[in-house]
Ligand binder design. Structure first.
Ligand SMILES: Cc1cc2nc3c(=O)[nH]c(=O)nc-3n(C[C@H](O)[C@H](O)[C@H](O)COP(=O)(O)O)c2cc1C
Length: 183
């Protein structure tokens, strides 16, 4: 079974997560692709697609790829700069799944915390008012999340996808279709 891990990352969080997942995948036939270097030939049995969250959904380059992917088993991962356990985090993963679920089998997903890029921090700190302007609570959150995704998050993501690959192999051997997961 061939697994392709494909990601897009601006400031390194999603790349860190993608590399960590890739390194920990219990799978001999696997490859890692940075979408900003061009789109790979999609010849995997499983695609693990990773994006940074842009307004509660996949960043544009990954969204465009997701909307074209067809007939695959797809796993989804993403990083965002807000709490990953907030409704906004769940929505950001859900909106990625929405892009692929009609034409593919969704084998799972995970949303992880990332850091806020220096450029975004500077922009928010320069705002005088508004929902994104810096305040003590957002400053404290940015400080707390500055090294995310953490090793624990990366391990959890790898565990999740390894388990789903095991399930897929088991079901394939029995001739049973993987029941797509509603995310
Ligand atoms: C244009 C833009 C839009 C963003 N929108 C969101 C958002 O809706 N919610 C959020 O929590 N973070 C948002 N972020 C922050 C990134 O998703 C977050 O920092 C992510 O971990 C960056 O990943 P990367 O380092 O792989 O680029 C946004 C960042 C940019 C540049």
């Amino acid at each position: 079974m061939k697994v392709q891990v494909i990601y897009h990352s601006l400031s390194g969080c999603t790349e860190k997560l993608a590399r960590g997942i890739f390194e920990r995948l219990d799978c001999e036939d696997k490859s890692l692709h940075d979408l900003s270097q061009g789109e790979p030939e999609l010849d995997g049995d499983v695609l693990l697609l990773g994006y940074w969250v842009d307004r509660a959904g996949p960043c544009q380059p990954m969204r465009e790829l997701m909307e074209r992917v067809e007939g695959n088993h797809v796993g989804i991962f993403c990083t965002l700069a807000f709490w990953c356990d907030a409704a906004h985090g769940a929505a950001s993963l859900h909106n990625g799944a929405e892009c692929v679920k009609a034409r593919n089998t969704v084998i799972g997903g995970i949303v992880c915390n990332g850091h806020m890029s220096q450029k975004m921090l500077e922009s928010f700190r320069s705002m005088k008012a508004g929902p994104h302007s810096a305040n003590p609570a957002s400053e404290a959150r940015w400080e707390l999340l500055k090294d995310h995704p953490s090793d624990c998050e990366i391990s959890l993501a790898a565990e999740r996808f390894n388990e789903r690959l095991t399930l897929l192999r088991t079901l394939n051997a029995q001739g049973v279709a993987f029941p797509s997961i509603e995310i």
